[in-house]
Design a protein. Structure first.
Length: 102
């Protein structure tokens, strides 16, 4: 594989910057986990809440990794993954609101 093939297979730097910015909320995951661990939300049992809390960082990392690797061939899918991640962040804020954090 030539060096030119490697450079063309990577997404542009601005998209990598977008991915990095969209990954930053994972830094607040410990606060999210600590708060929802001790609180309940009406309509969501404890097992479902535990799954949601533990699956969040896995989802964030997986969506960012997939977006990075498919950007050159499937730009639309990469942007859809970013939109879904943004919606996930909004739902996390809503979930914390339901638990009484705000």
């Amino acid at each position: 594989m030539k060096d030119s093939d490697i450079s063309t297979s990577r997404p542009p730097r601005w998209f990598v910057a977008v991915l990095s910015i969209m990954t930053l909320p994972i830094l607040g995951y410990t606060l999210f986990w600590a708060y929802l661990k001790g609180h309940t939300v009406a309509g969501i049992n404890d097992d479902m809440m535990q799954f949601l809390v533990y699956a969040l960082p896995v989802y964030i990392i997986a969506s960012q990794w997939l977006s990075y690797w498919i950007y050159n061939e499937r730009k639309n899918i990469a942007w859809v993954l970013q939109a879904m991640l943004l919606i996930t962040y909004a739902l996390c804020v809503w979930l914390m609101h339901l638990a009484g954090a705000f």
